[in-house]
Design a protein around this ligand. Sequence first.
Ligand SMILES: NC(=O)C1=CN([C@@H]2O[C@H](COP(=O)(O)OP(=O)(O)OC[C@H]3O[C@@H](n4cnc5c(N)ncnc54)[C@H](O)[C@@H]3O)[C@@H](O)[C@H]2O)C=CC1
Ligand SMILES: O=P(O)(O)OC[C@H]1O[C@](O)(CO)[C@@H](O)[C@@H]1O
Length: 392
Amino acid sequence: MKAIVFGAGKIARGFIGQLLYLSNYEIVFVDVSKDLVHKLNEDKSYHVHVLGDSSLDNDVTNYKALTFDDEASIAKELVTSDISFVAVGGQNLGSVGKLVASIYNKNGIEEKPFNFITCENWKDAGKALYDSIKQELKKDLHNDFDNYIGINEAVIMRTATQPSEELSEADPTGVWVQNYWYLPVDSKNFKGSIPAIHSMKLIDDFGNFLQQKMYTNNTSNAVIAYNGYLLGYNLIAEATNSPEISKLLDKAYKEINSILIMELNLDPEKQEEFAKKARAKYGDWEIVDRIIRHGKDPLRKLGPEDRLIAPARMAYRYNIYPEIIIDTIAKAIMFDEKSDEAAQKLQEMRKDNGVEYVLQTVSKLNPKEPLYQDVIQRYNELMEKGVEKSYE
Ligand SMILES: NC(=O)C1=CN([C@@H]2O[C@H](COP(=O)(O)OP(=O)(O)OC[C@H]3O[C@@H](n4cnc5c(N)ncnc54)[C@H](O)[C@@H]3O)[C@@H](O)[C@H]2O)C=CC1
Ligand SMILES: O=P(O)(O)OC[C@H]1O[C@](O)(CO)[C@@H](O)[C@@H]1O
């Protein structure tokens, strides 16, 4: 069996790659980074370090890596693969869709079931990939595409951490991952029989699981990351367990739970349990992961469908005042980490055009909506009084 995996980053190598390896799959990684592709091919194996239990580590082998611009080789692998996974970052799904459509346009679509599984923290990731393929696909292939190709969403609960510089230098292609294995995939659009892949399970009542995960885990993770950054913490567990952020999290999870119970029609007890697990994960000292990674790419994280703006907007629909999310949006706008290009871009925007411009262009907020006004008010308060006051 063979799988083609778009992306060769932390989740692709550190989760999907390990599960496929354990399932005796041949793996083809496709990545835009030529250096990474070259290194993976040169080494012929990479190490997955399972945090807290090295007996579960693997040296993943039986793979090759291709660069994203090598369409001819990707085409050969795609049409001979049994399944595909995509872990490239939600904003890059469109480029994968375009490439896949181009391959199908040239090669046709075989009359046999084939599935893509998106592994992104991105609302409606499956739809984004589906739409981007369909948009470029020749009309006469549309029927075969809908009949034979399944585009499916997974929820990725395993964390694949950003290693320290020393660790990366010592093991450049190594990945350090949480000891968590379950890979739930929505069964709704799945075509054909279920492949035997370690820990992967097709779920019939998947529903809004991806949104529940994003707006519980990633929303609370943003509270931890942006506050942790301003408070000068280095590790996510340090910040989560700190007195200042613990206090905020008590409120944040209540806020998140009340919003999601209404919006997604969740069972309150189950959602509370789910949120408790998220908090425990971020407070777990075994998962050594840096605040900077969790805060990075604030332009994406301040987007209209992402972890902060989307649940805040939901809150207003139910007359819930999302105090902690508003505070976190204001603090995310202050994230000025030098090593993160997106953070630098955000800071330029903020300096040149003001916070109003950031909220209108990045978060797509309308100046008339209460969320816009409440964020600006909170931002101004923080600027006037100093952020340290917000922890008193
Ligand atoms: N790292 C984690 O703990 C988790 C990550 N995720 C999600 O998984 C996705 C991937 O995240 P990571 O693996 O952490 O990021 P990463 O940055 O380590 O990996 C992404 C890889 O995709 C490559 N890439 C970008 N555009 C591409 C394209 N068009 N075609 C092929 N490759 C392309 C990049 O060069 C990079 O190697 C994101 O959507 C993230 O939100 C979800 C849960 C946990
Ligand atoms: O870049 P993103 O979207 O925050 O993705 C990675 C995140 O996903 C998570 O698994 C969320 O549960 C975090 O551990 C990690 O910060």
